[in-house]
Every structure is written in C-alpha cells, then in structure tokens.
Write a protein of this length. Structure first.
Length: 391
C-alpha cells in the first residue's frame, strides 16, 4: 500500500467579517488530497483534509518541502507496524525531516492538513466514520456519535446596524438548534462591546450560554478593565484575552477574574501547551483549552497535548477545539472531549457541518459517511471534486 499523489489547493474564505484584529476577506485555507493506490469502485481511495480556519493556506511550504518528503519516503516509512493502514504520526515525522525544533507557525498548519488527510484515508480504507478510527487509536469507544457544540460568530461586520445584525445572526443559529453562542469583543470601545453583549443576551438568554472572544488583542490594563466589566454577566467564558504566548498576562487575569478563561487556539505544538499548563495560571476546575489539530501538526500531536492536559490534572472535558468545522467534530467525538466550536454561518466553504449532520439541543452528530465526510458538505464538494479530478 502506498501513496501515489498528493495535491493541494488554496481555497478563499467567503465573507467580509472581522474580529478585533483580523479581516478575513483575503484569507485562504489549504485543502489537500492524499491519493492511495487502493482502488474501489474504479477510483483511488483518497484522504481529504484542510488546515482549519484563520491562518491562510500554506501551499508553498507543502509544495516545496512536505509533499516531496512524503512522496520520496519508502512506503513502509508511513505505514503502521502491521502494514495494513497508514500511520499519520510517521507521516508527520517524515515531513519534519531536516526541520529544526521551535518556531512552529505556518509549518505546523501545513503538516497538520496533510497529517489529517491520512486519518481520513485510514477511515475510508476501513469504510467507517473518522471518529471511530480516532477512538480506536486512542483506546476509547465513543458512547454515541454526537458532541456538544456552540455557535461561534458575532463578528464585526463592515456595514449595517451592528447590534441588530448580531441579534439576527444569533436568532438564525438558535433556529438551527444551537443553545450556546460566542461573539467577538475588543474590536470596539468597551461600552459598545457591552451593548453588543446585551443584544446577544436577548437571544442567548443566560450569561452561561454566551462566551466572548478578544482574539488576543488586549494588554494587561485593558484585559483587567474588560474582566471587571464582564464579571456581573457571569458569561460562559472569556477567550484569548491577550497574546497567546503571554502566559503571565493570562495568569494575572486568572487571579483577578473568577469566571472561566479559554485559550490555546494559537498554540501549535506540545512544548507551547506544556508552557501554557505550567505558567498561565489555568484552573483545572473551570478553564477551557482550544488547541486545534489542523493548526498544530495534526491529530497525533493533538493527542499528545490531550495527554499533557490530563497529566497536569485537567479533564479532557475542558478541551473544546477551535475551528468550527467537521474535522474537529469527529475529533471531539472520537476523543471524548467536552465539545467543539461550530461556525454555522461563517467561513464558508469550510465552516459548519453538512445538512445531513443532526443538530439540536446544542448537540451535533457526525454521519455514517466514511472518513470525515467532507464530501457531504455541499459548499466544499466542488473543491474536493477539483482535487479528485486533477490527477
Ligand atoms: Mg477564538
């Protein structure tokens, strides 16, 4: 069994929306195909994945370094010991040949996309949904095919009445079956953000159903001012308060703010997560961790992070991967995490789930489609077809 071709394309994200720092109108995502020599129904079994949302495509890195290394590897270098499945971790190790440690950045997302495609491929070879393959690999058996999800949105739009648009957006999510929501803060003055939170709460109901995300924007003084103002709302969590690597800022806010803090989506390696666990003052009884396999070398590295989180005394239920897409839905179900983010209305063609995924009471279910089932997502299917037909 071997890989015959690997392809990638950069797919633009749709929609002109912004968080406190980034406008996504020029963002792209790398969609990849890993083609095997196993033929079923006249077509090669192919793994598809992408590198999550928010970090641009990495086609140059893939084309110049990681795809050539995979294609040059001996077939057995990327197979498991029994040689009956590909080994995503070994594929990641092959891609990391001649790479120095540290400085993770875009490299971690490029390798993440390709590593995840091997999981999709393995699940398809077994003709089962990816969460089953993931659970088996982790020595678990999922109780069911669903997990808790929350609707992430509430961005800063470039036109219209901001509060009315926010309310209308959350009403749409509620009609789709979501009961918990997340919105952006830090892109407007504090008083305006508080008015936006009030507007969101008219849909979310209780503060426990609403999280806020500052996208790493705040310095310590601003973070503490927001923490003081947010306290009476008793929100679900306060996310990515300062720079993702400023663990001491996080520690100081955690001392002043008794509500939940969420962070980790912009940490791309196990050593970074270990430092977060050591130095950021996280509280095992409440805080939330949002690392994302597609941005951090793939699921093998993510599973090492889960082990580190548990070894530090936190429950895996505190893990809610960032990204809002189908791949992380399978990962959350397969690993028994606390849930995951969902982007039901934004970041197409990648955000959210196919219509056939059951959604209700704040839970989302994976379908029985083999692999991650990305082909079932109507918005994504034409791009997958482009990759499939490029050979
Ligand atoms: Mg976030």
């Amino acid at each position: 069994m071997r890989i015959t071709a690997i392809r990638s394309i950069a797919v633009p994200l749709q929609g002109a929306i912004s968080n406190s720092l980034v406008n996504f109108s020029e963002h792209t995502v790398s969609l990849v195909a890993v083609v095997s020599d196993v033929i079923r129904d006249g077509r090669p079994v192919t793994g598809y994945a992408f590198n999550s949302i928010g970090r641009y495509a990495q086609d140059g890195l893939m084309r110049e370094r990681f795809i050539p290394r995979l294609l040059a590897a001996a077939p057995e270098d990327i197979l498991n010991d029994a040689k009956d499945a590909f080994c995503p971790g070994r594929a990641a190790a092959v891609m990391m040949r001649n790479e120095k440690p540290g400085g993770h950045g875009d490299r971690a997302a490029a390798i993440g996309a390709l590593e995840l495609a091997f999981w999709d491929l393995n699940a398809k070879l077994l003709d089962e949904p990816a969460y089953c393959t993931i659970a088996r690999q982790a020595g678990r058996s999922p109780e069911n095919a669903s997990t808790a999800v929350y609707a992430a949105g509430g961005y800063y739009y470039d036109s219209g009445d901001a509060r009315a648009r926010l309310k209308a957006e959350f009403e749409q999510y509620r009609a789709q079956g979501f009961v918990k929501f997340k919105m952006k803060i830090g892109g407007a003055p504090l008083a305006e953000d508080l008015a936006r939170i009030d507007a969101a709460l008219t849909v979310a109901g209780d503060g426990a159903n609403l999280a806020v995300d500052a996208n790493g924007r705040f310095d310590l003084a601003t973070a503490l001012a927001y923490a003081r103002a947010l306290k009476p709302y008793r929100l679900r969590w306060f996310e990515e308060i300062g720079d993702p690597l400023d663990y001491d800022l996080n520690r100081q806010v955690a001392q002043a703010y008794e509500g939940r803090i969420a962070t980790g989506e912009n940490l791309f390696s196990l050593p970074d997560v270990n430092n977060l666990l050591r130095f950021a003052g996280l509280r095992a009884d409440r805080d939330i961790l949002q690392m994302d396999a597609g941005l951090s070398y793939g699921l093998t590295e993510y599973m090492r992070m889960v082990n580190a989180v548990e070894a530090a005394g936190h429950s895996r239920r505190c893990l809610h991967p960032h990204g809002g897409h189908l791949i992380n839905l399978h990962i959350a179900i397969g690993l028994g995490l606390g849930g995951c983010e969902a982007y039901p209305g934004v970041f197409q063609p990648f955000g959210g789930y196919p219509e056939v995924c059951k959604l209700g009471d704040g839970m989302a279910s994976a379908t029985s489609a083999p692999g991650f089932g990305l082909e079932q997502k109507r918005e994504l299917a034409p791009f997958i077809a482009t990759l499939a037909n490029a050979g």
